[in-house]
Design a binder for this molecule. Structure first.
Ligand code: 5GP
Ligand code: ZN
Length: 115
């Protein structure tokens, strides 16, 4: 755990979050500022800064993806959903503990806004 990391502190229970699913290796909780009717963040309990670091730990990466799929099922996203890993400055990443955004519950529109 990194004391200065917001999401490590959520894993440790030091900062409250609305947890929707938990496994030994992952925690899933509602985004504080949802961008869709369903917006859940899935994180590994171990600190990895971004998806590149997560990819270097295949077991943790697989667990995060499996948890994202489970969250979509639990949230009833039968019509579809997106899983997004914002990464680095161009990706708009703001919290540097890797997290999969699971978003859905309504048509999400184009994947990206045109520049
Ligand atoms: P990023 O931009 O890093 O991909 O996404 C960070 C996400 O974390 C944002 O969607 C933001 O709303 C969410 N977030 C930031 N602080 C908190 C918090 O304290 N609790 C929860 N549940 N979500 C947070
Ligand atoms: Zn962390």
């Amino acid at each position: 755990m990194e004391n200065s990391c917001l999401f490590c502190r959520i894993v440790a229970g030091e900062i409250p979050a609305t947890i929707v699913h938990r496994t030994e290796s992952t925690v899933a909780f509602r985004d504080i500022d949802p961008k869709a009717p369903t917006h859940v963040l899935v994180i590994p309990v171990t600190h990895h800064a971004n998806v590149t670091e997560l990819a270097a730990d295949p077991a943790a990466a697989a667990d995060v993806l499996a948890a994202a799929a489970k969250v979509a099922e639990l949230e009833g996203l039968d019509e579809g959903f997106r899983v997004i890993f914002n990464t680095g400055a161009h990706g708009g990443q703001e919290v540097f503990h890797v997290h999969a955004h699971v978003v859905g519950g309504a048509p999400l529109g184009p994947m990206l806004s045109r520049q």
